[in-house]
Design a protein around this ligand. Structure first.
Ligand code: GLN
Length: 533
């Protein structure tokens, strides 16, 4: 019997609903339950694949090739689950399904309305009962549904109505968790609960009584404050939990467990609570991250000067640092303004050349790569970063001064990075890249073969362009090896320069599959190489 947890947010955005949803998932898993976490976003785009990272941060990619919200990265890193295209839904997708159905004639004779047609489609997806669509053999014990946006937004109203109906229909099988903010007013030296009261009133106005309130706060809340919120909002005191700012997001599950959030949820569902799980591997990870003193500086060469744009890469590097016993300090290097000849490269022990699209900032990436290759700086090129490695090598070592990617210059004579065959006929932009997990066979004797410790790997992709096979012989002869290839198509997925300390480029995105308890081997080895001087 599947139970449903709905997570909404009020007062302001950016409270960390994704972290709370992931933490709830983690705590339930620790008690032996199976879970999934899904995100419903109220915008009209079908998926965030066509959004600029400035709008919505990184675009995360699932194994089955859905371009999704970056919160899915948190879900996977915290819980180790594999999300699918059914875990990331937008208003656009809901409407598209309903409108396609209408055109097919499924509703012949009927007027199609937000209630019940749109809300019914939202409910269907929230329940996930027709799980065959994503190949699920059975539903998990708990489905956690996070709704993007803030209570009161016009866009999210149909989602709230769907939750209200489901709450009514599912009875004790549904629980609503509402996240709010308790601001501290310095002049009054007081923590203010009024915004929370208003936010809950707004929810109640939509017919939803929250079962659990999680109060985000910068200062510790006294029992008195919690009691006040509990009595004004009709919520049990044990269900008013505070989420203070912590040094690391990975401490949130432990903090929630300490306050009994998971036990309170189980009681709401009428499930016997049992013993509190120890979560030893998680605690070991936290202890390791606290004990590290040595710092390692990594340069992130990219064009988006925004924390969230390279979220999974940042987290993957930090996690690999923890397991290597060091603190990773990231230094953003803007590829658009970088002057590689005057930049002080001694500030960084290793460099990551970030993924991306389009011309802006690519020359900075190429200049950085030239410096790193010539000075033997450990370098990791990811997707566009790998393509720039290939271009830089062509320009400087193979002697093709005009070498480029067909993406930046469709007429270049030396298109060492070219459009993929299957992409040539693609005209629509949304969801049409080479997306999701593909096999990659690693060459015997290569560095990556040794790092992975296996011959066949599977990694996630998001690209339209690829290494141009025509030049393969020249690259191999001059020292850049194509050591990972797709067994069916032959596409080059990994390049490396064996003589250097660490110079590896991957066409895929290893950052999407690094988790708290399973850091990715490439990131692990990259950091290890930097500290093993
Ligand atoms: N723009 C490149 C391509 O489409 C790289 C994409 C990426 O870095 N994700 O192939």
């Amino acid at each position: 019997m599947t139970r449903y947890i709905f997570v909404t947010g009020g007062v302001v955005s950016s409270l960390g609903k994704g972290i709370i949803s992931s933490s709830i998932g983690k705590l339930l898993q620790a008690r032996g339950y199976s879970i999934t976490i899904q995100k419903f976003d109220p915008y009209i785009n079908i998926d965030p694949g066509t959004l600029n990272p400035y709008e919505h941060g990184e675009c995360y990619v699932t194994v089955d090739g859905m371009e999704t919200d970056l919160d899915l990265g948190h879900y996977e890193r915290f819980t180790g689950i594999h999300t699918t295209r059914e875990n990331s839904i937008t208003t656009g997708r809901i409407y598209k399904t309903v409108i396609d159905r209408e055109r097919r004639g499924d509703y012949l004779g009927k007027t199609i309305q937000v209630v019940p047609h749109i809300t019914d489609e939202i409910k269907r997806r929230m329940l996930r009962t027709d799980g065959t669509e994503e190949g699920e053999s059975r539903l998990p014990d708990f489905v956690i549904t996070e709704v993007g946006g803030t209570i009161g937004d016009i866009e999210s109203a149909p989602f709230m109505e769907a939750i209200r109906q489901l709450r009514w229909e599912l009875g004790k099988r549904a629980v609503c968790v509402h996240l709010t903010y308790v601001p501290y007013l310095k002049a009054a030296d007081e923590l203010k609960t009024k915004p929370t009261q208003h936010s809950v009133k707004e929810l109640q106005g939509m017919g939803i009584q929250p079962d659990v309130l999680i109060l985000r706060t910068e200062k510790h809340l006294s029992d008195g404050v919690r009691q006040k919120v509990a009595s004004f909002c009709n919520v049990d005191l044990e269900c008013v939990v505070q989420s203070e700012d912590l040094p690391s997001i990975y401490e949130v599950p432990v903090n929630m467990q300490r306050q009994g959030l998971d036990a309170a949820l189980l009681r709401k569902f009428g499930i016997p609570v049992g013993e509190t799980p120890k979560m030893e591997p998680w605690h070991r990870f936290l202890a390791l991250s606290k004990s590290a003193t040595k710092e390692v500086n990594i340069g992130l060469v990219g064009k988006y000067d925004l924390q969230d744009a390279y979220k999974s890469i940042r987290e993957s590097l930090a996690l690999a640092g923890v397991y290597n016993g060091v603190k990773v300090k990231l230094k953003f290097i803007n590829s658009e303004t970088l002057d590689a000849s005057t930049f002080d490269w001694s500030q960084v022990g290793g460099v990551v050349i970030c993924p991306g699209f389009g011309q802006r900032g690519i020359e900075g990436k190429i200049d950085a790569l030239k410096y790193c290759r010539e000075h033997n700086v450990p370098t990791f090129g990811i997707c566009l970063g790998m393509q720039m490695m290939v271009i830089e090598f062509a320009r400087d070592v193979l002697g093709y001064k005009d070498a480029n990617s067909a993406e930046m210059d469709p007429n270049t004579a030396h298109n060492v990075i070219d459009i993929m065959e299957e992409q040539k006929t693609v005209t629509q932009k949304g969801g049409t890249m080479r997306l999701g997990a593909y096999d990659c066979k690693l060459r015997e004797g290569s560095r990556v073969r040794q790092i992975y410790g296996e011959e066949l790997i599977r990694e996630r992709h998001r690209h339209r362009y690829e290494f141009n096979d025509k030049y393969l012989g020249e690259y191999e002869e001059k020292g850049m090896q194509c050591v990972g290839r797709n067994p069916e198509s032959g596409l080059v997925e990994i390049v490396e320069i064996p003589g250097l300390r660490w110079f590896i480029g991957t066409q895929f995105h290893p950052e999407y599959s690094s988790t708290v308890l399973n850091p990715h081997p490439l990131f692990m080895d990259f950091i290890k190489t930097i500290i093993d001087e």
